[in-house]
Design a protein around this ligand. Structure first.
Ligand code: F6R
Length: 259
């Protein structure tokens, strides 16, 4: 089972994860970060800014989880643009070392394979940040995604398009297709850190952590990973059956263990 940590706020979660990432980069200056987009990881990126002052990040590498297919090059809601705005620039990373799956229609047939190759050549992801969709997706692996899947084009569910419509003028502007690391790709990362905040995520979190391991709830793949940490606020924890145990275990966590 994944370790579940319940914290009072997204800010507290951001600090905890940022501390872990700083320790990683200090230990391994060319660490490979697995980057997520959407609202959930923002407190982590915010907390990293002051913590990385004076830390050499010139060798740090990064791979985004996913990208929309077919948005015009440079569209501000493309995940390439979001990663540059929210991560690369504020943290002072080298843009040449940060990769995002290519969502342009030109070459889309081999974009998944190319991304898998780049991930393998980089030696894999050290720490993978994940959010979870209200329908249980991680990356954009919608319900039904194979646990062995690799980076490929997927069709977004109507639910996901509705959830993400807040970033676009209207739901009709939300792309129908995406390219996403597969569940098999994500599972190869050495440490998974899944974050979820707010009551809207409570059912997806409980299903992922305590429900059956099933492709119908792709986030449940974290139960099969040897090192998965799930960090939630009280609202996102509100459907967890063993919440008291998770609190007790975290309060008694040996100091040497880290995340
Ligand atoms: C984003 C991603 C998605 C989001 C999920 C939650 O790169 O892969 O799985 O993490 O849709 O989105 P937010 O965080 O906006 O609620």
């Amino acid at each position: 089972m994944a370790e579940v940590i319940i914290l009072p706020s997204p800010t507290a979660a951001g600090s905890l994860v940022a501390d872990e990432i700083v320790r990683l980069v200090q230990r391994r200056p060319d660490a490979v970060l697995g980057l997520a987009t959407g609202s959930t990881p923002l407190p982590v990126y915010k907390a990293l800014v002051p913590r990385l002052q004076g830390v050499d990040v010139s060798q740090v590498r990064g791979f985004a989880l996913d990208e929309y297919v077919g948005l015009p090059e440079g569209d501000p809601e493309s995940y390439r643009a979001v990663i540059e705005r929210e991560v690369v620039r504020p943290l002072g990373l080298d843009p040449a070392r940060i990769q995002v799956p290519k969502g342009s229609l030109d070459g889309i047939e081999h974009a998944g394979e190319d991304y898998e190759r780049a991930l393998t050549e980089a030696g894999g992801v050290d720490i993978q940040l994940l959010g979870i969709g209200t329908d249980g997706h991680i990356g954009f692996n919608e319900p039904g995604s194979s646990f062995a899947s690799l980076t490929r084009v997927k069709t977004l569910t109507e639910q996901t398009r509705e959830d993400n419509a807040r970033f676009f003028p209207s739901i009709d502007d939300v792309p129908v297709h995406c390219i996403t690391q597969g569940l098999g790709t994500i599972m190869r990362a050495r440490h998974l850190v899944l974050l979820a905040f707010g009551a809207g995520k409570a059912d997806a979190v409980a299903g992922a952590v305590e429900g059956a391991v099933t492709a119908s709830l792709p986030g449940s793949a974290v139960q099969l990973h040897p090192h998965a940490t799930v960090i939630v606020d009280e609202a996102a924890a509100s459907s967890l059956r063993f919440a008291d145990y998770y609190r007790y275990a975290f309060a008694n966590k040996p100091a040497w263990q880290g995340l």
